[in-house]
Write a new protein. Sequence first.
Length: 496
Amino acid sequence: MSIVGRRLTTKLYQASAQKLCVLGALAAILTGLLAFSGCQPKSSLETVSGDVQVLIPKPDSSTKKYHLDIATLKGIKSLKEVRGEYVQFIYSPGGAEGTLVGGAPRARFSRNEKGVFLPLDLITTQMSAIYYHLQNLMDLNDLLGLNSLTRKPFQVGLEVKKPGLNNSFERNNAFYDGLSDSMLFLPNSTQDLALYLNAGVIAHEFFHSIFFKKVLGAVIQSSVKNGSGPRTMNDDHPANVFNLVWLRGVNEGLADFWGWAYTDDPDFMGLSLSQEIESRTLNVRSDEIGVHQRQIDIRNQVGWAARQGQRGERYISDFIYTIGTPHARFLKLMASLEEVGSSDEEQLKKVARSPVPAAAKQKWLEIVVSFLDDLARESLAKLEKEKPNEFLAGRLFQFVAQRAELSPVLNQKQCEYLIKYLEYDQTPIGTDDFGGAVAVAGREFTCQKSDEHGGFIVTSKMSERLQNHEAHRSKENLDKPVVDESKAIEGVRGVK
Ligand SMILES: [Zn+2]
């Protein structure tokens, strides 16, 4: 079993925001808190419960900068531990894999004359901010019909000790851990905004819990049940290895979309990972629309990494974001175009700056939830049994096109941009690393107004080039109004 193959499944259990946040920012926040006038002596925090007002750093919806603002923490049972209906904190948790064992941190607050509680140290600020955002994200889950997935109270580990290189502990990162169904924050040591104060990062990690419960849990369970264990490069069904890497990437991309939807800030990740502001922004340049990692790209990258050992595994851990980001940008573009319908560069810039209405966001969040159901249905076990060579790359774009046939999902501009993603998968690309000639079929796509339901739908037909190649095929295969790239590929692919 190759190292890459063995580690792929292990990696499924943990998904991270990769490197995040803040001593400098925290110091500034604390200075602000302590300078806040009118503080009264500490009250007995054990007796404070119910809905409690606290002062936390919150992102301003217009400037995206963080400033101190009042937040209501709902369902608090003990303010001394900032524990309540929504969240329970554990300080530097220990315990076996899959469990979080430890005590709660002790919070320190002052109460001002208006009854607002002011955090007096970093850990209390951290707990208050995380509680507030997770509470909002769980309420959002309720709105999206995902309440059965939410574990209340959600467990959060703070100051988590994760062994790193050279006998030291890792810092500046955040994880969702599927085994213990908890969110873990590592200590901070950077000057950027701490990950645990970044509302977008908290939303990103929270999405990983949704993806785990909707999709990955089923994938892992089925591989355990089959006794097949993790996929390897020598597997009879290598498509599953590539599909697992793609799933990890899509998990990151959709998580970034969740972070944007919650904060309305396309650059929320850059606030904490300043070195990644360009690579992780959700604003898409006009010349990047459509570009994403196709099946051939993923096959080549994974194939190369499999020959590099440990280095290859690290490479794939970065590569998954290259898979994910185009998905995040695609969804944000679609949501932004709900009410702005133009396509030139200036208009795109305007779209990038304008706040997106809540209803538009909710519509595309709901589309993501249906997409997760689609992925769960197409679990790897099922693919292995019924369609052993089917690749999932490109599936989100195909899914949106198929969905548009059922309900008025797309306006004209959205449809035109979607086509760019579908067309990109049709680019002829030659041979792959495994010696297979993967000439991708040329299907041509057009947008058609559907008077039936008032939206636009994607229709496709084989290109002339492919028609010549496939001349022996019967005419009834042509002009299918269905976007099913895998079917088109089957005809010309020389891969076993
Ligand atoms: Zn992540």
